[in-house]
Design a protein around this ligand. Structure first.
Ligand SMILES: [Ca+2]
Length: 278
């Protein structure tokens, strides 16, 4: 029995060295006329002594594992950018500054001799979605027969190396104001024709990517969001970025845009709690 036990140890050690992870089947070890032995991957070893000796079977029932399969883990895609416009949050890089991707067409200040459309931090707990601050947007569209848009840049994220992956999402909250809640600056549902937009390193944009929000509306201020948001309410907009043509692209800027051709009048509202997951 002692000899058998020793062979078993050798058999075990050789099995361990020979086993690829998750291997199945028999492993032949040390087969010869005088020293036959067969081990299986579950550690059951059969030792066949020389002729004339009763065959002995050793069943150790040890489980041989070379390497291991770790527990399958799940993880939530991390937030790679967020801002609620509070003092402790990431602050806008720009204020009231047009974005070079589209700029402006037939939009001016909503009132009060403002030099142009607004895109700046506004304060007040009743104004914000969370906390006391949100991004205030406003403008006045003046062309009844053609283009009316204004795109303003907010955050420069070019140094963050944010690459869109299959699970990447954009989320933000927007409160488009009606005339009643905007000192009559806003007209009709103009304030709903606004959305957060993204600019990528190859010059492409979220608005022209075809990506849609959780309701199937394009993430485009006009071709999607316009008239699909509820006035005087906080609307959450969630966009699956990874399933669109944006997968693999590198994000440079977070901007906002108003866009609605052929309709004049003012618009005004607030955007808060922007987040992007990688
Ligand atoms: Ca806030």
């Amino acid at each position: 029995m002692y000899a058998v036990r020793m062979r078993n140890i050798t058999c075990r050690d050789n099995s361990l060295r020979m086993l690829p992870l998750q291997a199945e089947g028999l492993i032949a070890w040390g087969l010869s006329e005088t020293d036959p032995g067969v081990c299986t991957i579950n550690g059951s070893c059969t030792y066949t002594p020389n002729n004339g000796v009763v065959t002995l079977t050793l069943a150790g029932n040890a489980l041989f594992v070379k390497g291991s399969v770790s527990a399958v883990s799940t993880s939530t895609a991390g937030v790679v950018f967020s801002s609620g416009f509070e003092p402790a949050d990431t602050q806008p890089t720009w204020s009231n500054t047009l974005d070079e991707s589209a700029g402006i067409s037939n939009v001016r200040g909503v009132c009060c001799n403002l030099p142009g459309p607004e895109a700046k931090i506004g304060a007040g707990s009743s104004f914000a979605h969370t906390g006391d601050h949100a991004l205030l947007y406003s403008g006045y569209a003046s062309n009844p027969n053609g283009t009316d848009y204004a795109y303003s840049k907010i955050f420069d994220v070019s140094s963050r190396n944010i690459v869109i992956h299959s699970s990447s999402t954009l989320s933000y909250w927007i409160n488009p104001e009606s005339a009643a809640t905007s000192y009559n600056y806003a007209t009709g549902s103009n304030s709903t024709c606004v959305g957060v937009d993204l600019i990528f390193s190859d010059g492409s944009t979220l608005r022209d990517s075809g990506a849609v929000d959780q309701n199937g509306h394009r993430a485009h201020p006009f071709y999607g969001q316009c008239n699909h948001l509820t006035l005087d309410a906080w609307n959450q907009v969630r966009v699956n970025l990874g399933s669109s043509s944006l997968n693999g692209k590198t994000l440079l800027r977070v901007i906002i845009g108003y866009d609605q051709p052929g309709v004049t009048g003012g618009y005004r509202g607030a955007i808060d709690d922007i987040s992007i997951t990688g």
